[in-house]
Write a protein that binds this ligand. Sequence first.
Ligand code: SF4
Length: 296
Amino acid sequence: MRIVRAKVMGFCFGVRRAIEMVQAGAKEGPIDSLGSVVHNPVVVDKLRASGVRVVSSLQEVSAPTIAVTAHGRGPEITEEAQRLGVRLIDATCPIVRKAQKAAAKLVDEGFRVIIYGEADHPEVRGVLAWTKGQGLAILDPEEEVEIPRRKVALLSQTTKSEESFVQFVSRFVAHNIGRINELRVINTTCPETDERYHAARELAEECDLIIVVGGRNSANTRKLAQTCRDAGVETYHIETAAELDPAWLEGKEVVGVTAGASTPDESIDEVVERLAELAQRRAAPTNPTEGKPCAV
Ligand code: SF4
């Protein structure tokens, strides 16, 4: 059995940067992180051990430092940190920051900002917070939306694929064109996530089983698993190597491994090592006399 790694997988630069910033800050004292720095329980446990606690709101903050994750927050966070008298580590990913700034500028120019994305996703909530109430997140391009002043701008949640954003834009325009005078499309999809989807599709072409490693609460890891299933390959989404079931490998010749943008390298390596062990065990003769010269 051959084990193949996806050409691109695991931590994206935004998540890696956020973890490094928070780890460096934790050396100077405890930190309360507003949400998980990364949607991965293995990393969250490690950070907790180094003094980083996850809190869900500012009311819970008791540490002298708070951290904003790669997903970002609304513009009011700087003032709130000052009011609370805490130090702020802002690890907002530069790509997310670009989307926040674009949304704020478009609203100032009179556009209705529509984000293609999940309204309850922390990144989307953060970008919406920059729109002074003039933004909206939807997934269905045919959902009825108000377009005051007939000016509309379309942005995407960063982890949506470019392809799905293109479809969203074209269907939205087809549905609403009679009510639009001016349209802006800002491509805020993240090339890092797109690269992972492409690599997963490529992997699916040569594998008969794919293992996707990453937190079950990670939207991009779940999407990666769905991409592999859509390509017609048997796929399992696991968080750790301990979840690998040897039965999945029965009759399989090429097993692919990929991982979401929030999965640490060590989790991927553990899965690959465990797969190699299982493959070796499968290749070993079950009969201890098998292969030995006949004694009679
Ligand atoms: S997936 Fe892209 S946008 Fe999101 S944190 Fe990573 S690099 Fe930034």
